[in-house]
Design a protein around this ligand. Structure first.
Ligand SMILES: *Cc1c(COP(=O)(O)O)cnc(C)c1O
Length: 403
């Protein structure tokens, strides 16, 4: 454990007022089983070894911490370092968590995993790990999303996963979540629910964070080696919040390291136009504490408590709730949250492509966009680490419509 790491959540899975386990009776026992298995696995040397081996040889860890010399020069302020999660197998940080939970499923003697996916990124990472570990895999996806993301549907099927289209409701992520949960409840003896971000009931937010905290642990060592001291600022985009907390966690005890989570400002500040849940100080409206998918956190909702629709150009940030640990970090002001709009993310993607030769995922481009606003005002000797959560290959069609 790194110096000063703060020990949350508590034993009920609470991060201050947030988190917890708001689920029907039928899910209490499976969640307790999962919590116990995870605890046991984290104290087991052989589990740790297997995990390290797959992270290294299958996924490609450690990822580089790259000094972005030309972006630094272009912005004229702080020294900018990029944590290159985009270089991982399947193109994003998501694989860290999928490997961890996949191994846990094997350990619990469950031979099948289910997951839901919006744009297909989590579905592809899950199907990839399921193939590697020889687990049966079922992915639920709204039929609207399947239409928009045909290539990812093909990828999952090529990897041997069964992709089930969900026709209910808006035929997108929210509806796919309901179906995946229903499947899990029905088949819980043989099936593990492989949740894709730091969301859901306890122990998911803590467990998923712990599978991603290697991002910050590596970055902390790497920056000490490269610059001889800790960073002044950390930037990451926040959908559910897994890549952000993955970077932040190892630095929580370093009080001089400021943290900025960047949400999707979409196309405007009104409810339904964005997916910014913790950026009300920046004028984005509609988020209040509430319960969604088994956890108590900030949720975008109308005055009657109906979950709001959201918009973002980047599917990975397009979600009405945020991980409970981020809600807590925002309340305690340990981290700051803000949002950038679609166009700013696109310009930032273009800038990174042209200065550094890296096309980022549109999600990651949100973090770059906020950095573009702030870096010029920083001192030359300040140090910034930005988490580059994924690569932009998946976004070429979207980008080509704008650029
Ligand atoms: C899924 C995804 C995200 C958003 O998820 P978090 O849990 O907030 O990290 C961000 N970047 C990329 C590249 C993604 O695929």
């Amino acid at each position: 454990m790194s110096a000063g790491t703060i020990s949350v959540p508590d034993y009920r899975g609470r991060f201050g007022a947030y988190g917890g386990r708001y689920v029907p009776e039928t899910l209490v026992a499976p969640l307790e089983e999962l919590e116990f298995a995870y605890l046991e696995a984290s104290n087991d040397e052989s589990f740790r070894k297997e995990l390290d081996d797959l992270l290294h040889n299958f996924a490609g860890r450690p990822t580089p911490l790259q000094f972005a010399a030309r972006l630094t020069e272009h912005l004229g302020g702080a020294q900018i370092y990029l944590k290159r999660e985009d270089l991982l197998h399947t193109g994003a940080h998501k694989i860290n968590n999928c490997i961890g939970q996949g191994l846990l499923a094997v350990r619990m003697k469950k031979h099948r995993v289910v997951a839901e996916t919006g744009a297909g990124q989590h579905g592809v990472a899950t199907a990839t790990v399921a193939a590697r570990l020889q687990l049966a895999c079922t992915i639920y996806m709204g039929t609207e999303d399947m239409e928009r993301q045909r290539l990812n549907v093909f990828r999952m099927r090529l990897l041997g996963a069964e992709v089930i289209g969900v026709e209910a409701g808006s035929r997108t992520l929210k509806d796919a979540i309901n179906e995946a949960m229903r499947d899990w409840v029905t088949n819980v003896r043989t099936t593990h629910y492989l949740l894709g971000s730091v969301l859901g009931p306890h122990p998911y937010p803590q467990m998923v964070r712990n599978f991603h905290k290697i991002i910050g642990e590596e970055a902390r060592e790497q920056i000490l080696r490269a610059a001889g001291r800790l960073p002044d600022h950390l930037f990451a985009c926040v959908g559910g919040g897994s890549n952000a907390i993955g970077l932040f966690h190892a630095f929580l005890g370093d009080s001089a390291a400021k943290m900025v989570g960047v949400e999707a400002g979409g196309r405007g500040k009104g409810l339904g136009e964005h997916a910014a849940r913790l950026s009300d100080s920046a004028g984005f409206s509609g988020a209040r504490p509430g319960v969604l998918q088994g956890t108590h956190t900030y949720v975008l909702q109308n005055s009657d408590g109906q979950i709001s629709t959201t918009h973002s150009i980047s599917a990975g940030l397009d979600y009405p709730a945020i991980g409970p640990e981020h809600a807590w970090l925002a309340d305690t002001r340990r981290a700051e949250y803000t949002a950038v709009v679609d166009e700013e993310a696109i310009s930032a993607a273009k800038l990174l492509a042209r200065t550094e030769g890296i096309i980022p995922a549109l999600e990651s481009a949100h973090a770059i966009a906020e950095l573009v606003k702030r870096a010029p005002k920083m001192k030359r000797d300040e140090i910034v680490i930005v988490n580059l959560s994924g690569r932009g290959d998946k976004d070429m069609e979207t980008l080509s419509r704008y650029v």
